[in-house]
Design a protein around this ligand. Structure first.
Ligand SMILES: [Cu+2]
Length: 279
């Protein structure tokens, strides 16, 4: 009886933990016990999640089908229950079926796969452009339309304020307006880094000497976190990405204030500017 009670308690707790994990997945960063992906905040990520689920169902159906076939073979056609095996080597009908059905399955997968690929790669016209430069080991964000640039460093564990997630919070975050197309240009100042924000469905290499481009349109205000996703050296794990998505009004206010705070003095180029000018 006690065992049964404990088992029921365990199941109830597990379901509660998993349920709350799903609810917390909208927080813009991973949660303990979370299953599945973070909730999408952009149309691209919504499509990625949809496509992922389609593939999971397809894989599950195929695996179960093959498993059933294997069980039938093991049970019905072993030496004891089937002492005189059939001598059949060809069956045209079944050969056509096992060629055509996989082709149809692959085509069914390929159509949404290519649609998603084009959706990700065909960036709509930009409302805002931000250049993210990966450096050992932090990010610099530059807003070319407003002519300022700033560095974004991880908040050390001892300096974390309540509510700031460990290894993800930064001192100066990238700020973008909600429901606007943001182009992210990435490059590396020293080695290859990668700019990735899971809730936006973006991940793109930041390579020294060249500019890569991706885009997102965040549909919900909030804070979204990502990390450098290319092994870039000793502190690779400590150069997080933090994006704050705000209303148009708050964005304009932030731009005004940021222009003053991060004003670049053209007569005294910083080390950062010197690196940019070197290509
Ligand atoms: Cu990096």
């Amino acid at each position: 009886m006690l065992v049964l009670k404990r088992l029921i308690a365990f199941i109830v707790t597990s379901v509660a933990v998993l349920g709350s994990g799903a609810a917390l997945a909208a927080s813009g960063h991973p949660e303990p016990w979370q299953l599945g992906m973070q909730q999408g905040a952009t149309p691209v990520m919504d499509d990625i999640i949809w496509f992922h689920n389609l593939l999971v169902w397809a894989i599950t159906a195929i695996v179960l089908f093959v498993l059933v076939l294997l069980i039938i073979v093991v049970v019905k056609f072993n030496a004891r229950s089937n002492p005189t095996p059939s001598r059949t080597t060809h069956n045209t009908t079944i050969e056509v079926i096992w060629t055509v059905v996989p082709v149809l399955i692959l085509v069914t997968i390929a159509v949404p796969s290519f649609r998603l690929l084009f959706f990700q790669l065909n960036a709509p016209k930009a409302d805002v452009t931000v250049k993210a430069t990966g450096k050992q080991w932090f990010w610099s964000y530059s807003y070319p339309d407003s002519k300022f640039e700033f560095d974004s460093l991880m908040v050390q564990e001892k300096d974390l304020k309540p509510g700031q997630p460990r290894l993800l919070a930064v001192d100066n975050e990238m700020v973008v307006p909600v429901n606007k197309v943001v182009h992210v240009l990435t490059t590396g100042a020293d080695v290859i880094h990668a700019f990735a924000v899971p809730a936006f469905g973006i991940k793109i290499d930041a390579i020294p000497g060249r500019i890569n481009e991706t885009w997102f349109k965040a549909e919900r205000e909030g804070i979204y976190y990502g990390q450098c996703s290319e092994l870039c050296g000793k502190d690779h794990a400590f150069m997080p990405i933090m994006v704050r998505v705000v209303s148009d009004k708050d964005y304009t206010a932030w731009i005004d204030q940021a222009k003053k705070k991060y004003a670049t003095d053209d007569s005294h180029p910083t080390a950062v500017a010197a690196v940019d000018g070197a290509h």
